[in-house]
Design a protein around this ligand. Structure first.
Ligand code: F6P
Length: 359
């Protein structure tokens, strides 16, 4: 067993529900093994020497003050894409990061983040002797090489509830309701929402679609005697002719509302419809039991492999089991898209949902 006395933990990238539960499990598992945990504020920023931002995480604080298992967001705060640095700044940050870790006497770091955070962290530690264990989280569920990322289940329950609420109003008014969900370049959240929420159309970035085929599906269900329709679209989908619907806000590219594009196209063809863009509501709220359990498993597993002396790993779920893979290898693979032959794509199509390509 490796002699690990003190570790740091931080959350990085877009928040989601289950981050606090993960911090909680890391601290509890570390406590059992007499390992001290320093919580680093605002992701990697908190370790840039000399502006260190940290606190010693005590189990009693997590239980008494934060009720970490139950809350959304992150008590350690997070830094996002808004904080991109230039190459020169990155090199300076890399030095400051290593210095910060040494200054705090951290034997290892646990990084709770998605694909972007794994990539940034891997660049910060490359060529140094810093050891990192990453724990995947993101409502996009697209962290490389893992079947599941913390936060996804809570988000898909939020989107499913939105579909349930939209179904009644769609029915009452014989309308098409279009729900736009998050996911950036990945369609996992949209696909799960479409199946659980019984949509008839699901448009995702990974699979080409046509407005003609969307209309064909809407006609088809009308001809079957169903008076309303539910459509789910993923925010990162491009227009039919490949245009990216983004605008820049304070130097960061943000999605402008793909749902509005589809809505307009359908309205032009006489299909009565309304849109809902769910946005950051998908990232908040109390974590589901599933997210709390995965957060607990991942936290315990991360401490275990740290103590076994493993270096630079990412905790993943593979074939339904918690295991770990090399961090640099995972980063090289890149984010995990929805594949065309995914069992859920086949399931959706078998249920009569239009998921792109020929109708
Ligand atoms: O990656 C998580 C995510 O919620 C994406 O689904 C979404 O596109 C993005 O973050 C939004 O980021 P921000 O909070 O910076 O607007």
């Amino acid at each position: 067993m490796k002699n690990v006395k003190r570790i740091g933990v931080f959350t990085s990238g877009g928040d989601c529900s289950g981050l606090n539960a993960t911090i909680n499990s890391v601290v509890r598992a570390a406590n059992e093994k007499n390992v001290e945990v320093y919580g680093i504020y605002e992701g990697t920023d908190g370790l840039f020497y000399p502006n260190l931002k940290y606190t010693k995480l005590k189990l009693s604080d997590l239980a008494n003050n934060f009720s970490c298992m139950r809350t959304g967001g992150t008590v350690l705060k997070s830094k996002n894409r808004d904080n991109k640095s230039s190459d020169a700044d990155f090199e300076k940050n890399k030095i400051a990061f290593e210095r910060g870790i040494k200054e705090l006497g951290l034997d290892s770091l646990i990084v709770i983040g998605g694909d972007g955070s794994a990539e940034i962290t891997s660049r910060l530690i490359e060529g140094t002797d810093t050891n990192v264990i990453c724990i995947p989280k993101t409502i996009d569920n697209d962290t490389p090489m893992t079947e599941y990322s913390i936060g996804f289940d809570t988000a898909r329950n939020v989107t499913m509830e939105a579909m349930d609420r939209l179904q009644t109003t769609a029915f009452s008014h014989n309308r098409t309701m279009i729900l736009e969900v998050m996911g950036r370049d990945a369609g996992h959240l949209a696909l799960h929402t479409a199946i659980a929420g019984e949509a008839c159309v699901c448009i995702i970035p990974e699979i080409p679609y046509s407005i003609d085929n969307v209309c064909k599906k809407l006609d088809e269900i009308k001809n079957k005697g169903i008076s309303y329709a539910l459509v789910v679209v993923a925010e990162g989908t491009k227009t039919e002719n490949g245009e990216n619907l983004v605008i820049e806000k304070c130097g960061v590219e943000c999605y402008t509302g793909f749902a509005n594009y589809i809505s307009q196209k359908l309205a032009e063809r006489g299909y009565l419809n309304r849109t809902v863009i769910l946005g950051h509501i998908q990232r908040g709220g109390t974590p589901t039991a599933y997210d709390r359990i995965v957060a607990s498993e991942f936290g315990v597993y991360a401490i275990d492999i740290l103590l076994q002396g493993k270096n630079n790993r990412i905790v993943v779920i593979k074939d339904g089991k918690v295991t770990d893979v090399d961090l640099f290898e995972a980063v090289a693979v890149g984010n995990r898209p929805v594949f065309k032959d995914d069992i859920l794509v086949r399931t959706a199509r078998a249920l009569g949902i239009y998921v792109g390509d020929g109708g």
